[in-house]
Design a protein. Structure first.
Length: 389
């Protein structure tokens, strides 16, 4: 059993339309251009599309029954053969050979391309490539053999074959190859063979070829790959336009939030951060701290300090310093109310009673602030008398 990737029916239909759009983009047909098509094709679909784009379309055809079939298309009809086109030199801006040359006698391919190059400034050739898989080759051989017995032609040529034909008549040649990336659904083989059988029955192909095609269609494991499509364009140097290709329409992905909403697993709520309270606005007159009478000889208190009462104004500092605002009480673990003057990396805090590394007096044990004491303290210099009350 083949495990190669396979298109679903819907995917294959979308991919077929996408490749058709790429082929159309590669032709670069614009409004107002004079475009010549070689024959109407199977359903004149591309001719109608060019007319809808605003091009001035002319079709060259010599088969009376085909002319009558598509007389309602509305395109200008030029009766004649593509091997000798009854038109003046450069009468058209573009000549299109769409799935046309592989149905013509290969002996006249060079002549037809030369005539297209004469009557048009730019020539575009669209052709299916030769089948690459065994089943496709077998079907192509049967169909070509049936056509040949009816006096018709069905020969698929490689890309280089068409390129050499264009290079012989045009100086600048571009080429594009469009192919399917996966195996088509099984319906593709069935529908393709059914179409071939219907066509060959109408043309009275040999019965043995029809029976072999029916046998291939009945096999459940038979796979057939669509042939690649070649688009080649030739023009004079500098006259070859650059096509702008239609972007592929990708399926819209499902938003992740929709998947989370459908999930049965409860989604935890994000943690709620406590609101940060703004600091109280400063008072009109900053409070002045009362000077503490605390000294190192004051016994430590074992109970935690109570919150300080409201601060009332106090006399000015006897040394003329500005009043200090209230600050947080020093933690009981530190040796100084605000720690050492500078941080010493890697140094341990000095032990109680040890000399300060910065020449300060020996540091006493952890002081305990009395209840209600502010966070600042002051000690006068040793050489001066304490201030009188």
């Amino acid at each position: 059993m083949n495990e190669s990737p396979r298109y679903s029916a819907d995917e294959f239909e979308r991919e077929s339309r996408y490749i058709e759009n790429l082929i159309w983009d590669a032709l670069v047909i614009e409004a107002g251009q004079r475009v010549l098509f070689c024959s109407y094709g199977e359903d004149a679909r591309w001719i109608r599309r060019a007319m809808e784009a605003g091009a001035d379309v002319t079709v060259i055809e010599h088969r009376e029954q085909v002319m009558r079939k598509f007389e309602d298309v509305g395109a200008m009809l030029l009766r004649g053969s593509t091997s000798v086109i009854p038109a003046k030199t450069d009468a058209f801006d573009l000549a299109v050979s769409f799935h046309y040359l592989h149905e013509q006698d290969p002996f006249f391919h060079a002549q037809i391309v030369s005539e297209l190059s004469r009557v048009a400034k730019r020539v575009a050739i669209v052709e299916p490539g030769p089948p690459a898989d065994p089943i496709g080759k077998r079907i192509a051989r049967l169909y070509s053999q049936a056509k040949r017995e009816l006096g018709q032609f069905e020969y698929y040529q490689p890309l280089e074959y068409w390129r050499k034909l264009l290079q012989a008549v045009k100086a600048d040649v571009s080429q594009h190859v469009f192919a399917f990336a996966k195996i088509p659904p099984r319906e593709y083989l069935r529908d393709t063979i059914a179409l071939l059988i219907d066509t060959m029955e109408v043309e009275e192909a040999p019965r043995t070829d029809l029976d072999e095609l029916r046998v291939l269609a009945r096999k459940g494991d038979t796979m057939m790959l669509p042939p690649p499509r070649y688009v080649l364009a030739g023009a004079a140097i500098g006259d070859l336009p650059q096509p702008i290709f239609t972007p592929r329409e990708e399926p819209t992905p499902t938003p992740r939030i929709a998947k989370a909403a459908q999930s049965t697993v409860p989604v935890p709520e994000p943690p709620v951060r406590p609101a940060v309270q703004a600091p109280p606005p400063p008072a009109t007159q900053p409070p002045v701290l009362s000077w503490s009478t605390w000294s190192p000889d004051t016994p430590a208190q074992s109970t935690p300090a109570a919150p300080p009462p409201p601060v009332t104004p106090a006399p000015q500092n006897p040394f003329g310093l500005p009043a200090m605002p209230p600050g947080p009480a020093a933690p009981a673990e530190t040796g100084m109310p605000f720690g050492a003057p500078f941080a010493v990396p890697g140094a341990d805090p000095p032990a109680p009673g040890a000399a300060s590394p910065f020449g300060l007096p020996p540091i006493p044990g952890p002081p305990q602030m009395p209840p209600g004491a502010p966070g600042w303290q002051w000690e006068p210099p040793e050489s001066e008398e304490p201030p009188k009350p």
